[in-house]
Design a protein around this ligand. Structure first.
Ligand SMILES: C[S@@+](CC[C@H](N)C(=O)[O-])C[C@H]1O[C@@H](n2cnc3c(N)ncnc32)[C@H](O)[C@@H]1O
Length: 360
């Protein structure tokens, strides 16, 4: 059993076989290993035996065969997410924290997210809803769903019972999933988080799914996407005036009297847009002033093609390798990553229940 996510069974106490351990060595080197009886972690300078770590407390220092001292800690969720295998770009921890706040994700909530990509945001949302809540995740590319399922299984020591992963486009998969679940249905979802190229295409399905007062948060990479999403929300109606923000986190160098901002930072990841679902038939009051152009011409739309947005296509070979890496990580931690693609949820037909649908 993995010693990953709190609640997954083994996140406290001395290191055990199957635990993920983050080793920080000389000159800032960081490696993550999964403990196995008799296992060895080698660098070109020296070696640490896994048996040196098994049974000692989290936060210990061990000495490699060459005398180097390595600090051993269980990875935090942010460490795990930054180190796990990736197919698509992930939501960084700084943005995930803001998403939990802006979407007002609470323990026990029913939350929908799409797309799932590598499953980074999935892990934060699962933490936010807790064991009493539910997370429905929708991803239209099977290989990304495979990577996300394996990453979640690796962190949780198996696929969580309150997580449903559906294959398909949110526009068809979400209504079908809600119709098929006796506990859900239109208007039963508390929060929706969209991280995808074209969130404006999904607004009708999201509006049908959200309860009045429910929150929609969209994470987009460019200002053109942000603007198109905001205008589509206004044009559609049924939502409050969208609010937008971005989060810049600047690290600081702390050394004696040399206390100053770091020279380098992650300057851009994405923008967040938040809006709330209005009650049926209600329209938001007009904003005090609307002065600027809101219509888009053909040339504007061209700017939003995947190529123009800087999305580089990934080869099938590379995707198969990432799936293998993610599934290997899950197996190392004793979890069964589950086989094959997430189930298709054809519109209007019964879908598997969350847990059964995961194949895990
Ligand atoms: C940037 S990735 C998501 C990353 C993810 N949030 C994470 O933190 O790892 C965007 C994903 O959205 C998926 N996607 C795009 N449009 C979609 C739609 N309409 N329905 C379902 N998935 C969609 C893509 O296949 C892609 O995997």
């Amino acid at each position: 059993m993995s010693a990953g996510e709190p609640g997954s069974g083994a996140a406290r106490g001395p290191f055990r076989v199957g635990d993920r351990v983050q080793l920080s060595g000389p000159r800032g080197k960081v490696h993550s290993i999964t403990l196995a009886a008799g296992g060895r972690f080698g660098t070109h300078r020296g070696e640490i035996r896994h048996d040196q770590l098994i049974g000692i407390p989290d936060g210990s220092v061990v000495e490699a065969s060459n005398g180097d001292r390595w600090l051993a800690l269980r990875p935090l969720l942010s460490d795990f997410v930054m180190a796990m295998p990736r197919g698509a770009a992930i939501v960084y921890p700084k943005d995930a924290a803001q998403i939990l706040q802006l979407a007002d994700v609470f323990p026990g909530a029913t939350v929908v997210e799409a797309g799932v990509g590598s499953g980074a945001l999935t892990l934060w949302l699962l933490r936010g809803v807790g064991p009493e809540g539910r997370l429905l995740s929708i991803e239209r590319r099977d290989e990304f769903a495979d990577i996300a399922r394996a990453n979640v299984a690796a962190r949780h020591g198996g696929v969580p019972a309150n997580w449903s992963l559906y294959a398909g486009d949110l526009r068809e998969a979400l209504p079908a999933a809600l119709d098929a679940d006796p506990q859900l249905g239109p208007g039963s979802v508390d929060r929706v988080v969209l991280d995808m190229l074209a969130p404006w295409e999904c607004l009708d399905a999201v509006a049908d799914a959200l309860a009045p007062g429910g929150v929609l948060v969209c994470y987009v990479a460019t200002v053109t996407q942000l603007s198109r999403t905001a205008e589509a929300i206004r044009a559609r109606g049924g939502f409050t005036q969208p609010q937008a923000s971005e989060t810049l986190v600047r690290g600081w160098h702390l050394d004696g009297l040399a206390v100053r901002p770091d020279h380098r930072m992650v300057a851009h990841t994405g923008f967040l847009l938040q809006t709330r679902r209005l009650a049926p038939g209600v329209e938001a009051p007009e904003p005090a002033r609307r002065g600027s152009k809101t219509e888009y011409g053909e040339e504007d739309v061209e700017l939003w093609t995947p190529g123009a947005l800087g999305e580089r296509p990934k080869s099938d070979k590379r995707m198969r390798r990432v799936v293998r890496d993610a599934e290997k990580l899950a197996r190392e931690t004793g979890a069964e990553p589950g086989a094959g693609a997430a189930p298709e949820v054809p519109a209007g037909e019964g879908s598997p229940s969350g847990d059964a649908g995961l194949g895990g």
